[in-house]
Each structure stands twice: as structure tokens, then as C-alpha cells.
Design a protein around this ligand. Structure first.
Ligand code: IPE
Ligand code: IPE
Ligand code: MG
Length: 243
């Protein structure tokens, strides 16, 4: 089944960038009569699966939404668990990712996170920055409105320094000041768990993205379903406003 689906994916029409809103960990845990945090732990296994298959089909960019600027509003226990889980998973996976030619980075705001947390993330990710296979972005303490606001502030600072001319600000300039600078916009955005919204994810970048919604809860999301989403995407006609 998996091999057949891999063959069905057209290499020529491979999306350059897929972004995923990994949702439904809490409901998965509830279904299994477990605490919410067990759902998050199980969610890491799904991340491993999807990163694995993304590398196998030679995807160039994969961005996954791990923690939003709004997620600080959850209980202290859950937030603490998520921060630790994300750091522990990075530490556990970094050697395997390096071996698999994955180039990993975190995108998001460093404001609410401690200096030592941010430092450790960069130090660890750096070990993979010579890799030129899959570019994996972990959206951590990410919020699109925050990203755009920070971009405005950086632009203003560069104007003050004389490094940016006010008259030169184009759409491309704005893109260059976002966390995703230099990356292609996502061609396909997948959201699991049946919710159909962006939840402050890649608002600027998703202007022309295709969307794929599935009721599957994130911990149950399989390699097969990921490939089905790509095959579905490849059957769509993208006009970009032209005819
Ligand atoms: C997604 O699962 C993971 C994060 C937002 C960190 P949820 O924790 O949102 O799961 P549900 O939506 O409550 O089921
Ligand atoms: C979005 O999921 C954030 C992440 C997947 C990290 P949420 O579960 O936090 O979003 P809402 O509350 O349903 O919009
Ligand atoms: Mg949710």
C-alpha cells in the first residue's frame, strides 16, 4: 500500500513546501482514556513518521506547528510538559536527522522562552545546518500576527539605520523579514482533527496555499494519509488568479 502510494506521487509536481497544523492530541488522549500529555507524547511518533516519509519522497520544505503564541493560555502543567517534550525530542532525534540529511530549524518568537532554551535550540539545530535534504521547520512559540509585527519593527529599525529605503518596500521585502525568509510559500497546508481554520499560522505565506483537512487526530496520522493528501493536491488546478 505504502509503496504503491509512493509511486502514485508525481515527482515532477511535488509541492515545494508542505505545512502541517498538528491538531487533536488532546482528543486522542481522551479517546484512549489518558491524560492530554499522553496525546502529545504520541504526537511525537507521528512527527517522526511524517518527517521520515517526507525525506523519502524528496520533499524540500516541511513546516510543522508545534506550539502557538496562544498555547501559553493552557494549564501550567500542559505548557511545561510541551516545552520539555519539544526540547527532549529535538535532543533525541538530532543525530538521526543529521544522518538523514535533514536541516532543522525552529521558527517563531524567542520572547516568552528563556534565553537558555533558545540557546540550546540553536546549538542543537546548528549540527544539521550543513545538510541539504529536507528543510524541517518547527514552528515553536509561533504566531503569524507576531511574525508580521516583528517584521514591521525590524523594517522600521533598518529604515532608521539607513539599511532599508522606505520606497523600496515591496511584497518581496516583507517576505524577507518574516521567519520564513528565503523559503518558498507553502503549496499545501494540512490540518488534522477536523478543525478548519488557520489558528494564526502562516497568514502571509498562505495567500495561495491549497488546504487539506482531515478528521484524523494527529497521533493517528499515517504516512499513507500524508501521501494521499499530496496526491489529492496534485490533482487540483492552481490558477493563481490567471486563466
Ligand atoms: C495539538 O493538539 C497540539 C498542540 C496544540 C500543542 P491539541 O492539544 O490542540 O489537541 P486537541 O485539539 O485538544 O484535541
Ligand atoms: C493550533 O492548534 C496550534 C498548534 C497545532 C500548535 P490549537 O488546538 O492550539 O488551535 P485552536 O485553539 O483549535 O484554534
Ligand atoms: Mg487543538
Amino acid at each position: 500500500m505504502l509503496d504503491e502510494l509512493i509511486k502514485e506521487v508525481s515527482a515532477a509536481e511535488m509541492p515545494s513546501h508542505i505545512a502541517i497544523i498538528m491538531d487533536g492530541n488532546g482528543r486522542w488522549a481522551e479517546q484512549h482514556n489518558q491524560k492530554r500529555i499522553s496525546g502529545h507524547k504520541e504526537g511525537v511518533n507521528a512527527v517522526r513518521r511524517i518527517v521520515d516519509i517526507a525525506g523519502e519522497i524528496n520533499l524540500k520544505y516541511l513546516t510543522i506547528y508545534a506550539f502557538s503564541t496562544e498555547n501559553w493560555g493552557r494549564s501550567k502543567t500542559e505548557v511545561g510538559y510541551l516545552l520539555k517534550l519539544i526540547m527532549d525530542s529535538l535532543n533525541k532525534e538530532i543525530n538521526g536527522l543529521r544522518k538523514n540529511n535533514v536541516n532543522i530549524r525552529f521558527i517563531g518568537s524567542d520572547k516568552e522562552l528563556s534565553e537558555s532554551y533558545n540557546k540550546k535550540v540553536i546549538e542543537t539545530c546548528k549540527k544539521s545546518w550543513d545538510n541539504d535534504g529536507l528543510h524541517l521547520n518547527i514552528a515553536m512559540n509561533y504566531g503569524s500576527r507576531r511574525e508580521i509585527l516583528e517584521a514591521f519593527n525590524k523594517m522600521r529599525a533598518d529604515i532608521d539605520k539607513g539599511e532599508l529605503l522606505e520606497d523600496d518596500i515591496s511584497e518581496a521585502t516583507v517576505s524577507k523579514y518574516l521567519y520564513t525568509a528565503g523559503m518558498p510559500d507553502p503549496d499545501l497546508i494540512i490540518r488534522t482533527s477536523g478543525e478548519q481554520r488557520l489558528s494564526n499560522f502562516l497568514i502571509w505565506q498562505s495567500a495561495y496555499s491549497e488546504f487539506w483537512f482531515t478528521k484524523t487526530l494527529w497521533p493517528d496520522f499515517s504516512k499513507e494519509e500524508f501521501l494521499q493528501a499530496i496526491i489529492g493536491y496534485q490533482s487540483r488546478k492552481r490558477s493563481f488568479g490567471k486563466r
